[in-house]
Each structure stands twice: as structure tokens, then as C-alpha cells.
Design a binder for this molecule. Structure first.
Ligand SMILES: [Zn+2]
Length: 187
């Protein structure tokens, strides 16, 4: 999805080195994000444009944290999300072919950065309305904080990646337990 890919542009080293990168500030990463989602914008972005995207990211991130914490009355967040989406006008067109098939197409009327931001906001709104908001997760590894959508059948996915963050946390729990045991036996 576009929105989680966008939110994860804030990268934290899951191994716990404390390293952090804002990938919106990395031209190569930003270009590949735009390519992945077929956004046509002129790069590099200027300071103002980057700030605009960072504002959207802060807003969406707070919304995700609110949902993950179990919040169910988002209030002002809905208006704010609608405001981001309203920056783009979409033209809908119905087409038909000789076989009697119909297709509906969407054409955006203001390509450019505001349109990109509106598309990102709309992808989040789509997940909220068509997906299940209770499947939105933040990785349980406090050093990682990767944001994802849990599409497992039993909704039990606690880590972005069981082999990486899951194992790391298992090792940490094991060590903490060992330490506790040796501390208590030392008196
Ligand atoms: Zn993780």
C-alpha cells in the first residue's frame, strides 16, 4: 500500500544501533518511492515541498498511533484527512467497448506534489474504509517501529518480520530472564 510505504520513510535501525534516517531527505530513496507508486513529480523537491510531505507523514503517523492504541473516535483527524484529500480533483470517466464491458477510470486534475499527497492520504482512507483498521500495526520491537498491515488469518503478527525483529526480541527476553535469574541467585 502507498500509505505504509510512505510512513516507513522514517527508518529506524531495528537492531538497536539508534541509527535513524528520514528517507524523504534521501533523493535516491524518494525517487524510488515515487517510481514504485507511479507518481509523476519533478525531482528533486525543494525545502517547502519536503516540509509539506513531512507534515502529512506526521499527521498520518499520529493517526496510526491513535488507532494502534485502540482509539475509535478519531474526531478532528477525519476532517484533517479529508482536507489532505481535497487537494486533488479526480475526474471519473466511464468507458464501454464493443463487447459490452464497462470500465471506470480516474484521472487526476492536478498532478504534482499536492496530488501525490492527496493520493497517499486517500490510500490510508481506503484502508480505513475497505480494510480493517484493527489490523494496522506498529512493530513491537521498540527500536524498529515499522508500520504495517497485519493480513494474517489469526491477526497475530506482532513484528514486521518474525525472522528479524521477532528473533531479536526473543533473544532479548531470554537474556533479560537469564540476568534476572543470576541477579537473584547472587543475592
Ligand atoms: Zn520490526
Amino acid at each position: 500500500m502507498i500509505w505504509d510505504d510512505f510512513l516507513n520513510s522514517e527508518w529506524h535501525d531495528w537492531r538497536g544501533s539508534g541509527k535513524y534516517e528520514d528517507r524523504l531527505l534521501n533523493p535516491y530513496q524518494l525517487q524510488s518511492f515515487m517510481n514504485r507508486h507511479q507518481f509523476l513529480v519533478n525531482l528533486p523537491l525543494d525545502q517547502e515541498d519536503i516540509k509539506y510531505l513531512q507534515q502529512l507523514r506526521s499527521f498520518l503517523k499520529e493517526f496510526v498511533q491513535y488507532i494502534v492504541a485502540g482509539g475509535t473516535s478519531p474526531g478532528w483527524r477525519i476532517e484533517e484527512l479529508n482536507r489532505w484529500m481535497s487537494e486533488e480533483l479526480v475526474l471519473r470517466e466511464l468507458h464501454s467497448n464493443e463487447e459490452g464491458n464497462y470500465t471506470l477510470s480516474f484521472r487526476t486534475m492536478n498532478p504534482g506534489l499536492k496530488g501525490v499527497a492527496a493520493d497517499i492520504a486517500a490510500s490510508f482512507a481506503t484502508t480505513l474504509s475497505e480494510g480493517e483498521s484493527t489490523r494496522i500495526r506498529i512493530c513491537d520491537n521498540p527500536d524498529c517501529l515499522w508500520i504495517y498491515y497485519d493480513d494474517t488469518r489469526n491477526r497475530s503478527k506482532r513484528y514486521c518480520d518474525d525472522k528479524m525483529c521477532g528473533n531479536l526480541m526473543k533473544v532479548r527476553r531470554f537474556r533479560a530472564k537469564k540476568k534476572l535469574q543470576s541477579d537473584t541467585s547472587d543475592g
